[in-house]
Design a protein around this ligand. Structure first.
Ligand SMILES: O=C(O)/C=C/C(=O)/C=C/C=C(\O)C(=O)O
Length: 287
């Protein structure tokens, strides 16, 4: 199949899920028709969505023969709003279980970015039989860094942007989000700002959630040994949001893991180094 014509609008779908205490509508994008499915999970920034995070990764994977599902987590984009006062990683994992059940997907590969990585690990710990391979980028577990003060400078800017969603605060955050800021266009800023402001309820709920439970992403370090899935960990050496030693903790804990570190790369490896990243992921999934 060739991906010409695949757009956010042409792949956009909704589903109602009931999973434990979760009873809500999820938005997702569904692209490609392969026998194997790759689920992509976005990060926690304001205005993030599956399509915003992975628009440089969907087409190559669809062309390589995979079905690609982008799940918008509860509280983001076109999915229903929610206040989370417990573990956001586990809440998202339950949402993914509901989505996988609704789509009749027994087993999925999961590619998670930042919060999406935390969610992928939570899913692998709770539903190990439903996981093929894992790709974790700039995320996988919460917990303290041995080297960098927490919250990091990036997370402080992200939280500030949730509280005051202005173009200036967006630009401040984005200025340390990626390594090469010359790749950020006014169009990208404007799209992201529009995404954020369309859902003031999501912004308010994120702030409420953080007030109710500042540790939205628990530290899974002690349980990483339970994960048997083959895992590719990808990090940017210049990540100022989730520090690189989190990747080393994942590598130490997950037995079948390998780590790739991109130089000159911030928190968005899948976007900043998209071509190499896509080749690496396809090679990892294939072998
Ligand atoms: O605080 C954490 O551990 C996780 C932070 C994130 O998930 C940040 C992600 C930001 C994006 O991916 C974005 O597109 O804004």
């Amino acid at each position: 199949m060739t991906t010409q014509g695949l757009t956010e609008a042409s792949t956009s779908k909704f589903v109602h899920i009931k999973e434990g205490e979760l009873d809500l509508q999820l938005h997702y994008n569904d692209a490609g028709k392969g026998a194997e499915t790759v689920v992509m999970l976005h990060g926690s920034g304001p205005g993030a969505s599956g399509w915003a995070n992975f628009n440089r990764n969907v087409h190559p994977l669809v062309d390589a023969g995979y079905r690609v599902i982008l799940m918008d987590s509860p509280g983001w984009s076109k999915s229903d709003p929610i206040v989370c006062s417990t573990s956001r990683s586990d809440l998202n994992a339950r949402a993914l279980k509901g989505l996988a059940d609704a789509l009749d997907l027994d087993r999925v590969h999961i590619l998670g970015n930042s919060m999406g990585g935390h969610t992928a690990v939570a899913f692998a710990l709770t539903y190990p039989q439903r996981v093929g391979k894992l790709v974790l980028m700039g995320g996988g577990t919460g917990g303290a860094s041995a080297f960098v003060p927490m919250p990091t400078e990036g997370i402080k800017l992200l939280q500030n942007l949730y509280r005051e969603p202005t173009i200036d605060n967006l630009k401040k955050m984005m200025s340390i989000f990626v390594f090469d800021t010359s790749s950020l266009t006014e169009e990208l800023f404007q799209t992201r700002l529009d995404n954020m402001l369309t859902r003031q309820d999501h912004l308010d709920n994120f702030v409420k959630s953080a007030a109710a439970n500042p540790k939205q992403f628990p530290d899974f370090s002690a349980r990483l040994g339970e994960i048997s899935a083959q895992t590719l960990i990808v990090w940017g050496r210049n990540d100022r949001f989730v520090p690189m030693d989190t990747g080393l903790r994942l590598l130490a804990g997950i037995a079948n893991a390998q780590l790739h570190v991109f130089n000159q790369c911030g928190h968005w490896a899948q976007w900043e180094h998209a071509d190499t990243f896509n080749r690496m992921v396809m090679d990892f999934l294939r072998n």
